[in-house]
Design a binder for this molecule. Structure first.
Ligand code: ARG
Length: 569
């Protein structure tokens, strides 16, 4: 239920609710299907039911009794809906004031609520690549979105730093060694060699198990080596996170839960059965049970996730506990949450898997430039190089120091946006050229729209920062009004993105806003009276205020996605 209406939406809801004895907060306010019908529509379905009348009859009565208010100019009935026209001047005033204060996103929706977001969570001794790029960008965007709405957000990196694979790597290193300086590439190479070797040499598997056992038992040498692999990995991850502006509130990897394992087994004792030597729990509606311990007695991913889920609940009491993890792990999470419920943890209902689709290399050029592999840090580098080429072509006079400053922001923004612009459950083919293009559905296009607003203000020699002295009656021609209505959509868009854990809606919205802005701005090409920088000073100032509000909204939106908003490019 929408309880976060803006004053403008609330006015429409109240106009309907007042006569019907329902709470305005509970009424849905939407945009009519066509602009000729009005600016906002409120359906009379629930009211009609209570009044035992037809929705159309109720709508007609409400429209007939309507009295204009500060924000509402008129009302008409259209079938079961009451359509309202807004007072354009008052609406512009509220919108521009809110946008300039950075308050268009309702900042109190999440007051008092905590959201845990487990995201990125890569495995150590491997590069951040492919699906982790997607999960990292989606998770980071969700963190920004929930925070903007006033939720307390706990961003968690559940590093994959424990388990038998790490035993294998330790064994591999002990057998073959590696050249210094050690890095993730070499570690990964060792691991691959080990897995290959296992196919023909069964002894290796035994070695891997032995090393994991040593690790679990706290053998100081093995522990120190593991710590070293972890540090090397974290150093590279952190570099990438820094580029993205990501700081986790908690970095608690799987290893942190190792001490909790005996407790988990004790608690689940009565549910555990044995299957081929392994310890499992049968779950309702599941063909296979959830595996908690292998037949050699090592604990598993799922066991550590049980401990982590309990820790998160006990520590943060979240309203929602999100797991932004690729959809390939759907079964794991479904079973994990079922197990928690079966163990009597009714709070498991706050846990949600937020799945996302694959990302693949798209296009020959992308594959060639990236050497066929998608490592996050390389993708950023290659995108930046591509952006430099684009800038050299479209804005060759941009000062070199500015280019150096903005090229990484735009390159990274391009990659992030490409990951968010598609619904998260859909797969994407990452195409470098499309991602950096200035006229496609890209991050740089939004950044460019933002920079264009900034450049208009520079050209005018005036940046409007508050509504003081602005005459809002000067605003209101149709292209201007379409732009205003687009701004008016932002609050609902952001709330929905949070509800559905789907940042795609914000990315899509920004593309629409950029389109609307461009239509308004270029309307002045055909009709000089529609130009932003007209001679009439009050009109010019009012339009500059709108430009500033749009600029602020681009900056807000990009910020929600974790993308920088440079002033020049
Ligand atoms: N480390 C896992 C992987 O790379 C993801 C962990 C996701 N989070 C969790 N609580 N299981 O696939």
């Amino acid at each position: 239920m929408p309880t976060h209406h803006t004053p403008v939406h609330l006015a429409a809801a109240q106009a309907v609710a007042a006569s019907a004895g329902v709470a305005a907060e509970d009424l849905k306010v939407e945009a009519p299907p066509r602009p000729e019908l009005g600016d906002l529509a409120v359906g009379c379905f629930t009211i009609a039911k209570a009044a035992k009348k037809s929705p159309a009859q109720v709508a007609t009565e409400i429209a007939a009794a309507f009295q204009p208010t500060e924000l509402l100019a008129s009302a008409t009935a259209a079938g079961p809906f009451v359509n309202f026209r807004l007072d354009r001047t008052q609406t512009f005033k509220w919108l521009i004031d809110s946008a300039l204060r950075g308050q268009l996103v309702p900042g109190a929706v999440g007051t008092g609520k905590t959201i845990c977001i487990d995201y990125s969570s890569p495995n150590i001794s491997k590069h951040l690549a492919y699906h982790h790029i997607r999960g990292t960008t989606i998770g980071h965007a969700l963190v920004q979105i929930f925070r903007a709405l006033g939720y307390k957000v706990v961003g968690i990196n559940f590093l994959g730093d424990w388990g038998t694979t790490h035993g294998m790597l330790l064994a591999a290193y002990n057998i073959w060694g590696a050249e210094e300086p050690l890095d993730i590439t070499k570690l990964n190479h060792l691991y691959v060699k080990f897995r290959d070797g296992m196919k023909t040499n069964p002894d290796l598997e035994q070695q891997g198990r032995l090393y994991f056992k040593k690790l679990e038992d706290g053998d100081p040498e093995v522990r120190a080596l593991w710590q070293r692999f972890r540090d090397i990995s974290w150093a590279e991850f952190e570099e990438v996170y820094k580029l993205l502006g990501i700081e986790f509130d908690e970095v608690r990897g799987e290893s942190a839960y190792e001490p909790d394992m005996p407790g988990v087994f004790k608690e689940l004792e009565h549910l555990i059965t044995e299957s081929e030597g392994a310890r499992v729990v049968e779950l309702e509606g599941e063909k296979n049970p959830i595996l908690l311990k292998t037949k050699d007695g090592t604990t598993l991913y799922a066991t550590r996730d049980v401990a982590a889920a309990k820790y998160r609940w006990n520590t943060f009491h979240p309203t929602r506990s999100l797991y932004v993890v690729d959809r390939g792990q759907a079964l794991h999470f479904r079973q994990l949450f079922k197990l928690l419920l079966k163990a009597g943890h009714s709070w498991a209902s706050v846990c949600e898997h937020v799945p996302y689709g694959l990302i693949r290399l798209g296009g020959k050029k992308t594959a060639t430039r990236l050497g066929g592999v998608m490592l996050m840090r390389d993708v950023f580098k290659v995108a930046e190089a591509e952006v430099r080429e684009v800038i050299a072509r479209v804005n060759p006079t941009l000062a070199p120091e500015i280019v150096d400053q903005v090229a990484p922001q735009i390159g990274i923004g391009a990659v992030v946006f490409a990951n968010l612009a598609t619904q998260r459950e859909k797969d994407i083919d990452f195409d470098l050229e499309k991602a950096v293009s200035l006229d496609g559905d890209s991050g740089p296009y939004i950044q460019y729209s933002h920079a264009r607003c900034a450049s208009i203000a520079r050209k005018a020699g005036e940046k409007v920062t508050s509504i003081e002295g602005i005459d809002f009656t000067k605003l209101g021609h149709d292209a201007e009004w379409e732009l205003a209505k687009k701004l008016l959509e932002l609050p609902e868009i952001v709330v929905r993105a949070a509800d559905n854990s789907e940042p795609h809606g914000v990315a899509h919205y920004l593309l629409q806003l950029a389109g609307e802005f461009s239509r308004w701005y270029t309307a002045g090409n055909g009709d000089p009276t529609l130009r932003v920088l007209v001679d009439d000073v009050p009109t010019r100032r009012a339009r500059l205020a709108l430009v500033a509000a749009v600029q602020a909204t681009f900056a807000t939106g990009l910020g929600l996605l974790g993308i920088a908003a440079p002033d020049q490019m």
